[in-house]
Design a binder for this molecule. Structure first.
Ligand SMILES: [Zn+2]
Length: 113
């Protein structure tokens, strides 16, 4: 399953409004440069992958979460991001939910302050 499908099924149920905000560019054809993440200085488009796994803005929240995931999920280091999300969803949904909520709040507080 594509990461986007997993994400939409998961987050759409708890954060319907958030889902509308992130990655809106896919639906309204926003220009690439208008979708650049403004919360870090990597100049990357703010995709779901960037938001969940890469953006340095959320390192504080991500570090303890990833450490926990490495303890629970075998072979974590060898999984691609889609596989990681799928495993997280199946094995530690509560921790995943908390992490997603935390970084969404962080994103919102930084974007709309
Ligand atoms: Zn970023």
């Amino acid at each position: 399953m594509h990461l986007w499908a997993i994400w939409a099924g998961y987050v759409g149920t708890i954060f319907p409004r958030a889902l509308n905000h992130l990655e809106t560019g896919r639906y309204v054809n926003e220009k690439r440069e208008d979708r650049i993440c403004t919360l870090c200085n990597t100049n990357n488009v703010e995709t779901i992958e960037h938001f969940l796994f890469d953006c340095s803005k959320y390192d504080t929240q991500r570090l303890p979460f990833v450490q926990k995931a490495q303890n629970v999920i075998d072979d974590w280091e060898n999984l691609n991001q889609t596989e990681c999300l799928s495993k997280l969803f199946n094995t530690m949904p509560t921790a995943l939910g908390k992490y997603v909520k935390d970084i969404f709040l962080c994103r919102r507080n930084n974007l709309y302050k």
